[in-house]
Ligand binder design. Sequence first.
Ligand SMILES: [Zn+2]
Length: 428
Amino acid sequence: MDSQNWLHPRDEMVATMDRIYRYHMTTTSGGNLSILDPDGSIWITPSRVDKGSLRAADIVRVAADGTREGLHPPSSEFPFHREIYRRRPDLKAIVHAHPGALVAFSIVRRLPETRVQTHGHQLCGRIAYAAYACPGSEELGAKIAEAFAGGADCVMLENHGVVIGGRDLAEAFQRFETLEFVAQTVIRASALGGLRTLPENNLAGLAVPEMGELAPAPVTHRERELRGEVCAFAHRAYRQRLMISTAGAISARLDADGFVITPRRRDRLNLQPGSLVRATATAAEAGKRASRVSRLHGLIYAANPDVGAVINAQPMCASAFCMSAADFSSRTIPESYLVLGDAPKVPFACVARDAEALAARMSIRRCPVLLIENEGALIVGRTLLEAFDRLEVLEATAEALQLSRPLGPLVPMPDSALAELRRAFGME
Ligand SMILES: [Zn+2]
């Protein structure tokens, strides 16, 4: 899958813990990771070592017979890691942490609602609860492992946090990050009021468009340039928390009907130019899996010669509006109105199956930003930077709207101010 899987377990664990800590999904004292080695030993993060400065040498290895190798004692939660591997032989890696939104669900004893979004629901699967027990105890290990044995890959711990398993550490991390992100979004949407969930038939599977195969073509310098730029914007979107490892797609126009687009099921932070896919509305580079929004992007490029880049994203503040009954407004500050236009919200539509209807709405002048209920934002720009700026302004506007709510009702800019802005900035 990703290049990260070629890393030594020690290095992979340090890189993963660094990501969890950097993006505020653990504190220095909370959380631990492990990998089950094919020889039956368990690589695990150490007890009482600063998560902000973990080194490969700090990782501990506990052999199947209990002998240890390493500079520190293993995490005090080692018993539950060992017990989960014993009960679920398909799991090869475990992430445990106390991230804010999942702890919020844990301390009110509710399961995070994932039926708000097809992608998150599919990825996180069934979520179970494990009753409270003292950290580090055999009793806690037994309770958590019992919940995993029932088939769940995500287990919430009462008044504690979450434990998530995967076939490798990349999968466990991606599930963990996605669940925390969905939980963050659901909390924001609940605060806005009228949380919307999707019916079962829209949650059943992720539709992927049928695509033909593009004939091989020589790689132009323009394509090389675009591949590098799309990767750079994907990494930037990740670092700005506008995308997560498993969600969000970016494409850029190559020629009249061709474009390069991010692939399906690849960690957005590890994208390399070679992993992007050359595509049109009907076909994609042989042997590669283009994003499932590939056809949608192709239809937008075909109908809009002035569109140079398209983005789908689910940042948490903007997505909260997509998942609640609350109206989004871009009439907040001049920047928001000028960059986003009206940014209308439309009923749920599938980015693969309903691509024609969604593409027909998009236009640089009339509708550069569309909010799709229980899906996220669809954004177009003349350039990658313009589309990325729209994504950033959208999330900043949604955040300001949410922050303003406890202070008082929104005072939107009046029609006269909007008309003046349109005249002054040539939007008519
Ligand atoms: Zn813990």
